[in-house]
Design a protein around this ligand. Sequence first.
Ligand SMILES: *Cc1c(COP(=O)(O)O)cnc(C)c1O
Length: 410
Amino acid sequence: MADDPAAVDLHHPPAVDPELLDVLDRLADRRAAVAPFDIGFPAATDIDYTPLTSRLAGRLLNNLGDPTVEGLYPHHTKRQEREAIGILGDLLHAPAQDRWGYIAGGASEGTEYALLVARSLYPDAIAYHSAACHDSVPGAIHRLGMRSVTIRVDAVDEIDYDDLAAQIDRRRDRPAVVVANAGTPMREAVDDVRHISAVLDQLAVRRRFVHVDAALAGLPLATVSPRLRPGFDFDDGADSVVLSGHKFPGTPLPCAAVIVRDSRRRALLATPTYTGSPNATVACSRSGLAVLAFWFALKLLGVDGLRRRAAASRDVAAYAHQRLVDIGWDAHRHPLGFTVCFPDPRLPRWPLAAIGGWSHLIAMPGVTREHVDAFLADALAHHINGATTAVPRQRTVRPVDFTAPIPVLA
Ligand SMILES: *Cc1c(COP(=O)(O)O)cnc(C)c1O
């Protein structure tokens, strides 16, 4: 009678099959085995989240809808969400009386939300983004049905401001939505939003919206004095900024904060629903646990802790860069970045991102000089010094062409 629903004992959860536990153990083992080689992707690993996960990860926490409206569902973490948005909003100089934000499922969703706000203001806008941006930017533009122009980048992936000015100038009858990068995916290049604002001012483009994709670099950059870093925050001219939780804070669940000027999202204000909280975000259900993890990292470290941690990681990145240059590699690093870019060495044990013959290591918190030394020892053992000549010098990362017709499945 195992199929009889009446036979299910609701008072006792099912016992976990040892085979199931075995799968979980093997996944945990694989994680541990890769840890010494984990320098290729931008997820920090230094924070222990178990005080949080051991208490709260076993049951649903769901931040349904607008974080500023508690709603009827009781199991949420919206108070912590508002606090996290407050801390991040202060760091980004978002106007205290004119800010709103939420924690999305990732930076791609955050950018899509920001572009949705921009399109609600200017349905006939042209979106401008650099050739080095993350795929999520042309992806969101495509899904929102916006027209866009790709702007050239310089040799280290920063947007070409002259090309931006020329392209906007050709379409001055249309509003402009500019997506700037604070940390491009391959080289962590930063587009200066003060420079972008100056371009828009000079062309007298008043109908405009500037979104900053600051998934990786926004939080560490925000701990540096504005005088010593490129412009990327609200004071510099941003209307919205997205910052990832699973990158610099290293939250164990993917998430990203998106913050916008509240006054600019009026056209998008949603009506209340049966949950008691207007569905003001892209997704309806959102992970309350991811929110809590982002909040936990911010409270644990404080702004000073974030600043010291960013500086320590930049030291490791500078060390890696110098050592690679010393052995003759064509290595590059943004002076404030964690990313060291170099020709793809194709080292079997090291899981590194690669495109167009280029690769990188990212000295996220948790990556130490010992990781770098081990990587160098392996590279030298494989005789990959002066790797530059062996690899094509094609450095611009081409985004996917989302304007191509979508193949129709038979
Ligand atoms: C990682 C990254 C993204 C994508 O973030 P998801 O959270 O995976 O959606 C977008 N933009 C930049 C610059 C990134 O570094």
